[in-house]
Design a protein around this ligand. Structure first.
Ligand SMILES: [Zn+2]
Length: 341
């Protein structure tokens, strides 16, 4: 019986079919119902008990070899059939060019803003997106009952002690004041999170850039001049700014900054809602309470802070009307900014 098994093993190894039909014929001969393997199984019953172990192993080896060989041959035949029916590659056709990516409009605008302030002597600071209550609210003079701390605005990771997603990049300014003594001149770009319904003009994730300048004798006039310089660099030499009184917990006095509408030249249009002005940022003189909370002597030092949404500046600069476009990453939208590189 061992002889027969060895003969069949050789047969399996040497079998070289030319067509799929030959493979099928071979399969029926070997593993079919009335095939060689089943015949051997039948014969195996008559093998003497002391030889059963050895012959059984040989039989198993043959069975595995036959099934594996047949499967491999079938695959080879199927591949060959595919190759014949597939159209021949046209080697004279020009190759497909690699597509170049472009910078996201948010990155473009962020880089431009950073570059303007870098020329004014600001350095870039960074901080974590997951923050604690102190760096986002308490150190910035938010009273305990301030609505911004409410669940409606803030994404909390944990309560008591509070761990949350930062709602503004001012937390980076607090971290900067912790490690650095005045003079401080930093610009803090980053992603922020607020629990808002997503629409064409609001999103739960957006980007801010905030700036902080602290030194001896810093005045409101310094702030106004710096921000005017910024507006002219971003919106063009003809840009003018105006300031309206406002309120933020961390600055006193505080102001909203408008830039003259560059679409209508100040005459009034749909984008500026007929006013000739577009709101671009908030700013103010750093509240003495904030300086005190961060270990800076408010008698000796003063400073100003400002903050703006990068999406908002990009919308005004490029005339984008729907905020959601920035997050959908539709290449038809993104391709339009290739030239801005
Ligand atoms: Zn206008």
């Amino acid at each position: 019986m061992t002889e027969k098994i060895n003969e069949l093993l050789r047969c399996v190894e040497e079998f070289e079919p030319r067509t799929a039909a030959e493979v099928e014929e071979f399969r029926i001969r070997m593993t079919g119902k009335k095939g060689e393997l089943n015949a051997l199984m039948e014969e195996f019953r008559t093998v003497a008990p002391e030889l059963k172990r050895e012959v059984g192993q040989q039989l198993n080896r043959l069975k595995t070899a036959a099934t594996e060989r047949i499967a491999a041959l079938r695959e080879r035949m199927a591949d060959a059939a595919d190759g014949q029916s597939a159209p021949q590659e046209d080697l004279t056709r020009p190759g497909s060019a690699d597509e170049l990516g472009s910078r996201h409009p948010i990155s473009l605008v962020k880089n431009q803003i950073v570059e303007v302030f870098a020329r004014l002597g600001y350095t870039v600071a960074d901080g974590p997106e997951i923050e604690d209550d102190w760096h986002v609210f308490s150190a910035l003079n938010f009273p305990p009952e301030h609505p911004a701390r409410d669940m409606q605005d803030t994404f909390f990771v944990e309560k008591n002690p509070d761990v949350l997603l930062r709602t503004h990049t001012s937390s980076i300014q607090v971290r900067t004041m912790e490690r650095q003594k005045p003079p401080i001149r930093v610009i803090c770009p980053g992603r922020v999170f607020r629990n808002e319904a997503i629409s064409y003009r609001a999103h739960c994730i957006f980007h801010q850039i905030e700036g902080l300048y602290i030194d001896e004798g810093v005045s409101f006039a310094d702030m106004k001049q710096s921000l005017l310089c910024f507006a002219k660099e971003i919106f063009g030499e003809q840009a003018a700014i105006r300031m309206r009184p406002s309120y933020f917990p961390f600055t006193e006095p505080s102001a909203e900054v408008d830039v003259s509408c560059n679409l209508c030249g100040g005459k009034g249009c749909a984008v500026c809602k007929g006013t000739g002005w577009l709101e671009i940022m908030g700013c103010g003189m750093v509240d003495p309470n904030v300086l005190k909370a961060n270990g800076i002597d408010p008698e000796k030092y003063s400073g100003f802070a400002f903050g703006m949404g990068i999406e908002r500046i990009a919308m005004l600069k490029y005339g984008v009307k729907d905020l959601r476009l920035y997050f959908e990453n539709d290449v038809r939208f993104l391709h339009q900014f290739e030239e801005a590189l």
